[in-house]
Design a protein around this ligand. Structure first.
Ligand code: BG6
Length: 508
């Protein structure tokens, strides 16, 4: 592991949910695992006026997400809390940044952090440009004599191609590209990283990983929850912006990219960019035929009434925002020519699961014709979450007379590994940024490239009133029409059944 320099982590939006739910627990785990440098402090910033102690109580002592972690001694907990500080900052008040600068200089002196700062933007995106500008104005983005400065920026990174380009341009006025870390927590998932290892550290998969052997690829990310308290945000986002433009396209890139020359940030990110650029642009016709959108409707799951999306708090009762999207896309390159990739995501599905499923082609000749060999095509399931692992399905002879073939499973589960500690995505990503390793962060050009893929779909949905929005009952796998996408008598893999049998699908 690379050495981590002493530094201060400044979190903007520190009174928000992410800090409490993800960031502080991740930092705490790094602390408990001995990864943090001895000279290290966290400075929370937001508009709320907290004292250091108020903030420590909120994010450490009374943080239920921390208590769930392994117990540590009281001294350790106090030692951790004592490294956390708070500074009120209203981003619309320039003077607050001067106070921030003074505070940072004081902490820098007491913690010997030598002007090294990570700024984490966990704020509403409307101030993503304001904060870097103010930091720049007060000299807080300037690097000299080993005093590095890094900026982590949460999603959404823009809400269209043009806004993402504008944001990139704006950020580059105040920082260099190698100072900017665009976080996508899917890339921090252990199982997503393992995809690289599965592909490129084994000789048995990669020779098959192409159009000669792969029939099609499915990527599913389903959630059983609805939009919860985030209706206001989600109304302007929808599943395509919330999940596909970032998480699922990044995952697709890891599944489909070419082997990088080296396992370096530059080489891996170059290959991912090439992959995004090889995705066939969606024509209007493709969008009508190959992209399905849906919205969950009220239903009754196990006797319990579940709200429809339009009844959720903060949601327009006539909303046309999609909570489900499924699409068929092609990658126009040598490796994948003609192989369809199916990507789907949705809220209020029967279960929470993210998985990549590689469907291999049938054998060229059905030797055991008359048996059910047709239904035994090989499938490799890479389970990103939960039950993290890899499952290979292959045909085996049914013991006894004849040559009957049935499909069996070869299953690897992470939890079976001795000492399998799976760090949370934020833990891994924060650690990488502290080490100055951007491999698992999205580069500016790839953020633009992924927007270029989804932009035409957003446009078409806005303009073409004939493109249908399907309602699906909460607790089901989404619009039935999504199966038509796959065709050839094949369907999506359904890891479990619908929770609602009598729901009707309809057009909204
Ligand atoms: C977030 C989305 O980025 O990812 C959420 O905004 C979604 O809507 C979440 O629920 C899913 O992440 P995970 O790690 O739970 O699959």
């Amino acid at each position: 592991m690379k050495k981590i320099d002493s530094h201060i982590l400044v979190i903007f939006g520190a009174s928000g949910d992410l800090t409490q739910r993800k960031l502080i627990p991740a930092i705490f785990n790094l602390f408990c695992r001995g990864f943090l440098p001895r000279h290290f402090a966290v400075l929370g910033c937001s508009r709320t006026s907290f004292s250091d102690d108020d903030f420590r109580n909120k994010v450490v002592y009374n943080n239920e997400h921390l208590k769930q972690k392994k117990t540590t001694s009281e001294e350790e907990m106090k030692r951790f809390a004592d490294q956390i500080y708070y500074q009120p900052v209203d981003s619309s008040v320039s003077n607050d940044f001067e106070k921030l600068k003074n505070r940072l200089e004081a902490l820098d002196g007491s913690w010997s952090t030598r002007g090294r700062y990570i700024f984490y933007l966990s704020t509403p995106p409307s101030i993503y440009e304001v904060i870097p500008e103010q930091l720049y104005k007060y000299g807080l983005t300037k690097e000299n004599d080993g005093s590095w400065k890094r900026l982590i920026i949460e999603k959404p990174f823009g809400n269209s191609l043009s806004s993402a380009k504008a944001l990139n341009l704006e950020l580059l006025r105040y920082l260099k590209e190698d100072q900017i870390y665009r976080i996508d927590h899917y890339l921090g998932k252990e199982t997503v990283q393992n995809l690289l290892v599965t592909r490129f550290a084994n000789s048995i998969f990669e020779p098959l990983w192409n159009r000669n052997y792969v029939h099609h690829v499915e990527i599913t990310s389903a959630e059983d929850v609805g939009v919860e308290k985030r209706g206001g945000y989600y109304e302007h986002s929808g599943a395509l912006r919330d999940m596909v433009q970032n998480h699922l396209l990044q995952l697709l890139a890891v599944v489909a990219m070419e082997p990088p020359v080296q396992a370096s940030a530059k080489d891996i990110r170059n290959e991912k960019l090439k992959l995004f650029q090889s995705i066939r642009p969606f024509s209007h016709e493709d969008i009508r035929e190959n992209v399905i959108r849906g919205q969950y409707m009220a239903s009754k799951i196990k006797g319990k009434e579940v709200k429809g999306y339009r009844e959720e708090h903060g949601v327009n009762p006539d909303s046309r925002t999609e909570t489900y999207v499924a699409m068929k896309l092609f990658i126009d390159n040598w490796r994948w020519a003609g192989v369809p990739f199916y990507v789907r995501t949705g809220k209020r599905m029967p279960t929470k699961v993210t998985e990549v499923v590689i469907h291999f082609k049938s054998t060229p000749h059905h030797l055991f014709a008359g048996s059910n060999q047709m239904h035994t095509d090989n499938i490799l399931v890479i389970r990103i979450q939960p039950n993290e692992g890899i499952l290979l399905k292959f045909g085996m002879k049914v013991p006894g007379e004849g040559f009957n073939v049935s499909r069996v499973n070869m299953d690897f589960l992470y939890e079976d590994l001795a000492n399998a500690y799976i760090p949370d995505a934020y833990e891994r990503l924060l650690l990488d940024c502290m080490q100055g390793d951007p491999t698992l962060y999205a580069r500016g050009d790839s953020a633009e490239a992924t927007w270029a893929i989804v932009d035409p779909i957003l446009e078409a949905w806005k303009e073409d009133k004939e493109i249908k929005m399907y309602g699906y009952p909460a607790g089901t796998w989404g619009p039935e029409n999504a199966d038509i996408l796959i065709g050839e008598g094949k369907s999506w893999r359904y890891p479990c059944k619908n929770l609602v049998d009598d729901g009707l699908y309809c057009e909204l």
